[in-house]
Design a protein around this ligand. Sequence first.
Ligand code: UD1
Length: 337
Amino acid sequence: MEILVTGGLGYIGSHVATLLIEAGMEVLIIDNLANTRIEVLDGIESITGKRPYFKEMDVCDSEGMAQLVAEHPNLKGVIHFAAHKSVNESIAQPIEYYENNLGGLNQLLKISTQQSIPFIFSSSCTVYGQAEKMPIREDDPLKKAISPYGNTKRIGEEIIQDCCKAFENFNAVLLRYFNPIGAHESAKIGEYPRGVPQNLVPFLTQTVIGKYSKLRVFGSDYPTKDGTCIRDYIHVMDLAQAHIASLNYLLNKQNSENCEVFNVGTGKGVSVLELIYLFEKATGEKVPYVLSNPREGDTIEAYADATKIKEKMGWQAKYSIEEALQSAWKWEVKLKG
Ligand code: UD1
């Protein structure tokens, strides 16, 4: 069974690819290597014992995509990760973000809707903005996006919903990720942030390894248990497993509607200071940090109600945050080596 994974050498895509191969699927990876390295393919091969099909290509390349599909007439699923993901960059380069993230999505939807290929989309909890109440449910109201990046997720969801209305045999699952962290337990694949990491855990591990002098905790006076922001940090392997569950859900026709949205989180809210403490406890390393000003555009609190995905797909997070942080640290140490 052939499954197309766009952006399959990226952070989440590469972890999903290993699980698909281990589940016996034929994985076709396309990636333009804009934000990753070709060595990730070696990591996937080393973990699974199998080198997946790989083509260096942009999803926006319509001729290349048409040729790929013509050469692989038995595609049974598309999992779409290939997209830009920096909030700050998207504010500076909105056209590039809309063109790439939505152009790539449209390109794939042309293929998937024509051939009724089940489709899984990487969305984000960013679509909720600052929700009125916690935990956040899928039917809670969405907020206007604060960045072009966030808007591409919101509009991307709407495009897929419109396609599901227009093509009744087309089935899609939209996964709203909370905060993925960590790496494969082998430390053979993980996250390769480009430049200075914007996200908390890669910045934290790079600080502990000595690349930066201190982690800045953005905001310490929020109306939360310790004044710092609350997030739902999920092990990337748990998140990857949610994609396998989603694919099986669609392939086994267990979906009740042809477009369904699921939160993918642990359901636990953890503050920035708690995360630092848990990292120190899990690894025995000291985190140098300083309390700093809030970061513009941050939501104060976001954690998932993840009961829908548990009830409908039987998926739930199984790794602890300590295990996720240990794996992130093991990966950072491996990268240094
Ligand atoms: C961010 C994006 C979100 C995107 C997600 C992708 C913003 C506002 N949101 O989510 O749209 O989907 O990344 O992974 O950029 N923190 C620090 N110090 C740091 C870095 C982060 O204190 O050096 C804090 C942040 O204030 C936040 C928490 O750590 O409270 C998590 O931050 P981050 O990892 O950047 O994720 P999000 O902001 O939740």
